[in-house]
Design a protein around this ligand. Structure first.
Ligand code: DX5
Ligand code: ZN
Length: 230
């Protein structure tokens, strides 16, 4: 996985057909997705349950590019190795998920994955200040995690700006997750985010048998983020 700050669109399979993950991953990549975002929820850290490492391992062969695994689980440490073995390229844990975030990030890197750290909307940017040497990606949640299709929380744009300043020249991605669509994408791209997660805004109107809308949706988000209004 090489580092750059170009805009990357990462569709969240939370909005995909759960009975067809393999085909859905292939469809979004064929339609221009840069990364595939995989939302793992435990019904404890967040009020929803999705799936675990075995599902990640099952979909891995259907993803050519980056598998970006967002763990909304607590505790997180006991499961890191399983998600790394499942083939995650990036493993993102929440700073709110436990008391020993530094140890968690170390464990992710030791397992051979890139280390991501997610911040809930109420968590200040400063939480990551002493962790910057340990992270490869910071995920700013623009919704309260748990469900797709929620409204973008605008205050998070300022948080992205603060993080962008804090990061300086370090090779750290800023990912924005929740409520990203062609109207919100330019705000976060201008603020400094380079990985744009989008669930409902990518999958709307399409299906595995009719994947062309996925491509239209991905292009619309990318064009908006890059400042080119189609
Ligand atoms: C939120 C998840 C997201 C989210 C994205 O709990 O982490 O990845 O579902 O979905 P949209 O783009 O529909 O807000
Ligand atoms: Zn997510």
């Amino acid at each position: 996985m090489s580092f750059d700050r170009k805009i990357k669109i990462a569709p969240s399979i939370l909005s995909a057909d759960f009975a067809n993950f393999g085909a859905e991953c292939e469809a979004i990549e064929a339609q221009g997705a840069d990364w595939v975002h995989v939302d793992v929820m435990d019904g404890h850290f967040v009020p929803n349950i999705t799936f675990g490492p075995s599902t990640c391992a099952a979909i891995r062969p259907h993803i050519k590019g980056v598998m970006d695994v967002h763990l909304m689980i607590a505790p997180v440490d006991p499961y890191i190795e399983a998600f790394a073995k499942a083939g995650a390229d990036v493993i993102t844990a929440h700073v709110e998920a436990g008391a020993h975030t530094h140890r968690t990030l170390q464990a992710i890197r030791d397992a051979g994955a890139k280390a991501g750290l997610a911040l809930n909307p109420g968590t200040p940017a400063g939480e990551v200040e002493y962790l910057l040497d340990m992270v490869d990606l910071i995920c700013v949640m623009a919704v309260n995690p748990g469900f797709g299709g929620q409204k973008f929380i605008r205050s998070q744009v300022e948080k992205v700006k603060q993080l962008r300043r804090m990061i300086g020249n370090r090779p750290i991605h800023i990912e924005i997750d929740g409520g990203v669509d062609p109207t919100t994408a330019p705000l976060v791209a201008d603020a400094g985010a380079d990985v744009l997660v989008a669930g409902s805004a990518v999958f709307k109107g399409g299906s595995v048998t009719n994947p062309a809308p996925y491509g239209d949706n991905i292009r619309a988000i990318r064009a908006a983020a890059e400042g080119v209004y189609a």
